[in-house]
Design a protein around this ligand. Sequence first.
Ligand code: CA
Ligand code: CA
Length: 113
Amino acid sequence: MTRLPLALATVLLSSVVAAQDYPRTPAEYLRWMDTNGDGRIDETEYVRYMSQGFLRMDVNGDGVLDADDGPMRPGTRPTRLDQFQRNLIQQFHKLDRNHDGVLNAKELAQPPM
Ligand SMILES: [Ca+2]
Ligand SMILES: [Ca+2]
């Protein structure tokens, strides 16, 4: 009972680290994602940045992550890039707490939904 959450956290953490080399601080996040250098992250910048891990893992480049791209974690279902990006857009708008259409460093630093 007490072991499960720790094991689960380890699995989740390892999957995040394997998927992307995440920047460590909000300021770093912002610098990495802010393509046009205006100090804020718009929807396009967010989706482009967050899709990099997907694109890297999509070895055969067919826009679907499935067993053709390498061994999949048990219980994982194939993911399509367009579904993945739709989820990213939803996540973007959840993070945009003040609804100004862009994310600042503080909004980026919020824990993932
Ligand atoms: Ca920007
Ligand atoms: Ca693929």
